[in-house]
Design a protein around this ligand. Structure first.
Ligand code: KG4
Ligand code: ZN
Length: 330
């Protein structure tokens, strides 16, 4: 069976085809970074409008690339939340209409669950049980994954997510949106830093995070400093190290507490090369898995893949559209 995956929860329109027994056939993405760049963050109305523009052309290009017609699609998997309401509505309305008109089954996909399993698309040796560290713009979660539909959240951010503080600190230093990649480029220009920021909740004896205090601390430092390229690099360096120290410490603690020697790191921040490098160095006898870089940030492949994992549980869906926006989840 071929599964079409559709992602539209924020500022990327993603689509992919996954075939049972073969794997990922194709993956296409239209990023809105350039549209939102000048505002320093995602403008929901502009995001919705761009999804509306891109959904049909992306589907056409995906099917043309594979020389496929819609009647070869057995299941349509689409993101139903969490995310921005307008973008979710455009994707859900598109997916459900496409499914209904063409008599194809559809399945609602949880965006976070899709991130959690994204490393399995390319890492064939990764299987549950594993510890998941999901670090994105919207969430920072540690979960214990028993199988694809059975998991338990064992730690989460009590305030801002890691991606959000990357974006806010970057913006304060005049760097572009999204801030995570900009901070990591700036940090790479130096090999040490005169700054030593706090490592929030590193010794809290639980698996929760709190990044808001770190964000305020770094922003205060930026406000009292005359910025230049060297200072931006040094601030970026230790700020990034602080977040990585905490993420690695908590994930490894979770693996030890639950005696599960496998960690899968996913979400936009998992594209951070320093995080990947340090996890590999510091994980001792724990295997650490990452998605391919193109599956770290939002994409259609992870939606199609989770659709594949759920393909036995699906039914013909009604036309009722009920996306779950971020604010109603955690
Ligand atoms: O998973 P994602 O694409 O969207 C959400 O589901 O939120 O994550 C986006 C987040 C942004 O905050 C962005 O700054 C961060 O991922 N990000 C990074 C890197 N690439 C993207 N953070 C740190 N280093 C990176 N290389
Ligand atoms: Zn995401």
């Amino acid at each position: 069976m071929i599964i079409l995956g559709i992602e539209s929860s924020c500022d990327e329109t993603g689509m992919a085809l996954y075939k049972t027994g073969e794997g990922l056939l194709a993956n296409v993405l239209s990023s809105q970074t350039k549209i939102h760049n000048k505002y320093g963050g995602v403008v929901p109305e502009l995001a919705s409008r761009d999804h509306v523009k891109k959904l049909v052309p992306l589907l056409d290009s995906l099917l043309n690339k594979q020389k496929l017609s819609l009647d070869k699609i057995g299941l349509i998997a689409f993101t139903n939340g969490p995310g921005l309401l307008g973008p979710l509505l455009t994707g859900a309305a598109f997916a459900k209409t496409l499914a209904w008109v063409n008599n194809i089954r559809s399945v609602e996909i949880d965006h976070l669950e899709a991130h959690i399993f994204s490393a399995m698309i390319s890492e064939k040796t990764l299987e549950p049980p594993f510890i998941s560290l999901l670090v994105s713009g919207g969430h920072t979660l540690i979960s214990k994954i028993d199988k694809h539909n059975s998991y338990e959240i064992i730690g989460k951010s009590l305030d801002d997510s890691a991606g959000e503080v990357f974006d806010k600190v970057a913006r304060k230093m005049g760097l572009k949106y999204p801030g995570g990649p900009e901070i990591s480029i700036a940090a790479k220009r130096t090999i040490n830093s005169k700054y030593k920021f706090p490592r929030p909740m590193i010794n809290s004896n639980d698996l929760n995070f709190s990044f808001s205090g770190l964000k305020t601390h770094v922003i205060r430092e930026i406000e009292r400093t005359r910025l230049n390229d060297q200072i931006i690099s040094e601030i970026s360096f230790d700020f990034q190290e602080s977040i990585i120290d905490v993420l690695i410490h908590k994930s490894i603690s979770a693996a030890k507490i639950f005696d599960i020697p496998r960690i899968a790191v996913s979400g936009g921040v998992s594209a951070n090369m320093r995080l990947r490098e340090r996890f590999e160095k510091e994980s001792q006898n724990i295997d650490v898995f990452f998605p391919n870089l193109e599956f770290s940030t939002d994409n259609g492949a992870m939606i199609a893949y989770l659709g594949y994992l759920k393909s036995n549980e699906t039914k013909m869906n009604s036309l009722k559209i009920q996306p779950i926006p971020t604010s109603s989840v955690f």
